[in-house]
Write a protein that binds this ligand. Structure first.
Ligand code: CS2
Ligand code: MN
Length: 346
C-alpha cells in the first residue's frame, strides 16, 4: 500500500509541504479543479500540477477525478463528442505519468451530506447524512439548502435534470456506463493508465436522482462491462460502508475484486438508523478496518490508498471533510495498521 493524500491544488489551505511531513506519505491525489465536465484537460496544465507536487517531494499518484459530463450519463446525442474529449484528457494525464484516474458515475451530484458540522462529544465536528433530512430539502428554488452545493443549480435546472433522468431506468444508466467504458478503456489501456470508478456516496438514490454504483456487486459488474485490467475500481470503505450489509461484507468485496482495485479510500462510518450515518474516526465505527487491510494484503494490493474524509479537530478551519489534522491521524493509523497486518502475515 502506498500512502497518498488528497490535495485540491493551489488554493487548498493544506499545503503539499505539510502533507509531506505525514509519516510514510508518498503521493498526492489531485485534479484540475477549474476544468468543467466536458472540458479537455491540457497536458501543460497537468504538467504544472505535477511539477508543483514533485517540488514538494511527492509523486502525483492519482487524478481524482476527471468528471463525466451529464450528457454521457444521460446518453444524449452529443455523447460521442464528449467521450472523445474525455479520451484526450485521459491521454494528457497518462502522458504526464500519473498512473491512476478515479472517476464516478453519479447523476448530477457527487458525494452528498446533509450536515457538515455535527458536534461530537469530544468537541470535534463530523460529516453526516440522514435520508429524512435529505427528503425534507425543497429543491424548487435550487440547491441553496443542500450543504456544500448552495450555488450549484437553480430550481429550473434541477427540474430539467430530474426530467432528463426520469426517462432513464437503472438499466439504461448501466448501458450508458458500458457505452462510455467500451470507448474509454481501450484509450486508457493504450496510454498506460488505469481507471478506477468510485462507488456512489451515499450508495442509494438521492434528491430524486438514480444511483447504480451502490454495492460491491455493482463494482464487480463494472469490471465485467469491459474485461481489461485498465477497467478498475476505487475501493471506498466509507461509501460502501454507509450500507450496513455492505460494511459487513467489505473483505469479501475486496477479494472478489482482486486485480481490479487500483485505489483505496479508507474511511469509517457509524450507522445511526435507516440510511442515516455519521463519519467517524478511522479506527472506530462499523467498518472493520483491520479486516479491510487483511483482505487487501491477501489480494496483493500494492497501489495508492488515502484517508478519505476526516473530522475537523484542533480548531482547524478548512474544506469540509478535507482538513489536514484528522486526515493525517487517519493516514498514520492506516500506516500502522498496514505494518501490523504485513508483519502478522509474514
Ligand atoms: C469522496 C469523494 O465520497 C467520497 O467518498 O471520496 O470525494 C469521491 O472521491 C469522489 O466522488 C470520486 O469521484
Ligand atoms: Mn471515497
Amino acid at each position: 500500500m502506498k500512502l497518498t493524500f488528497r490535495w485540491y491544488g493551489p488554493g487548498d489551505p493544506v499545503s503539499p509541504a505539510y502533507i509531506r511531513q505525514i509519516p510514510r506519505m508518498t503521493g498526492i491525489v489531485s485534479s484540475l479543479r477549474n476544468c468543467a465536465p466536458g472540458e479537455v484537460w491540457l497536458r501543460e496544465n497537468v504538467r504544472t500540477l505535477r511539477e508543483t507536487i514533485e517540488a514538494a517531494g511527492l509523486r502525483f499518484s492519482v487524478v481524482e477525478s476527471i468528471n463525466i459530463h451529464e450528457n454521457i450519463k444521460l446518453g444524449l446525442p452529443d455523447r460521442d463528442a464528449l467521450i472523445a474529449r474525455y479520451a484526450q484528457s485521459v491521454e494528457a494525464v497518462a502522458a504526464e505519468g500519473v498512473p491512476v484516474i478515479c472517476y464516478n458515475f453519479m447523476p448530477v451530484f457527487d458525494w452528498l451530506r446533509t450536515d457538515l458540522e455535527i458536534p461530537q462529544p469530544d468537541g470535534s465536528t463530523a460529516l453526516g447524512f440522514d435520508q429524512k433530512d435529505m427528503e425534507a430539502i425543497d429543491f424548487s428554488e435550487g440547491t441553496q439548502d443542500l450543504p456544500g452545493w448552495h450555488a450549484a443549480y437553480t430550481g429550473e435546472e434541477v427540474t430539467a435534470l430530474r426530467a432528463g433522468y426520469a426517462e432513464l431506468s437503472e438499466e439504461d444508466l448501466w448501458h450508458n456506463l458500458a457505452y462510455f467504458l467500451e470507448r474509454i478503456v481501450p484509450v486508457a489501456e493504450r496510454a498506460g493508465v488505469r481507471l478506477a470508478i468510485h462507488p456512489d456516496d451515499p450508495p442509494w438514490s438521492v434528491a430524486g436522482f438514480p444511483r447504480i454504483i451502490t454495492s460491491g456487486a455493482a463494482l464487480k459488474r463494472v469490471t465485467q462491462l469491459v474485461d481489461s485490467e485498465a477497467n478498475g475500481v476505487t475501493l471506498c470503505t466509507g461509501s460502501l460502508g454507509a450500507n450496513p450489509a455492505e460494511a459487513a461484507r467489505l473483505p469479501e468485496t475486496i477479494r472478489s475484486l482482486a486485480g481490479r482495485i487500483h485505489f483505496v479510500h479508507a474511511r469509517n462510518v457509524t450507522h445511526l438508523g435507516d440510511r442515516s450515518f455519521q463519519e467517524s474516526v478511522h479506527p472506530d465505527g462499523d467498518v472493520d478496518m483491520a479486516a479491510v487491510m487483511e483482505a487487501l494484503l491477501e489480494i496483493g494490493f500494492d497501489g495508492p490508498a488515502r484517508p478519505d474524509h476526516g473530522r475537523m479537530i484542533w480548531g482547524e478551519e478548512g474544506l469540509a471533510g478535507y482538513g489536514l489534522y484528522d486526515r493525517a491521524l487517519g493516514a498514520a493509523y492506516m500506516a500502522g495498521l498496514w505494518d501490523a497486518t504485513v508483519r502478522q502475515a509474514a
